[in-house]
Design a protein around this ligand. Sequence first.
Ligand code: ZN
Length: 132
Amino acid sequence: MNQHEFQLKTQSRDAFVDITGKVQQAVEDSGVSHGICLVYCPHTTAGITINENADPDVPKDIMMALDRTYPWEAGYRHAEGNAAAHVKASFMGSSAQVIISEGRLLLGTWQSVFFCEFDGPRNRRVQIKITA
Ligand code: ZN
């Protein structure tokens, strides 16, 4: 079946959590050496992205830019009060795909897979589907 799920607990309202190690582990557990890995976030106020983690200021800058573009308070209608988090989640997208080559995620030198929290802290789930 090669479907995997793991949980994570985010620590603040906005957070980028590097999940590359957990995704790579799922690939190794699957036994698939060449294929596609889909990483999916089943939440409406969180997302998935791939970007640089070599410099930890990069995800911080992305969060800052998102906050500037989508401020928490901006006259939204959504009564729950977290409309900005929904908007950021849609902007970021709920999944990413990575090529698997020789049992490894084929990421660029500086790339990591991030879980993007926009309305934490919360308990979150990540689903992974691996196809050969
Ligand atoms: Zn909401």
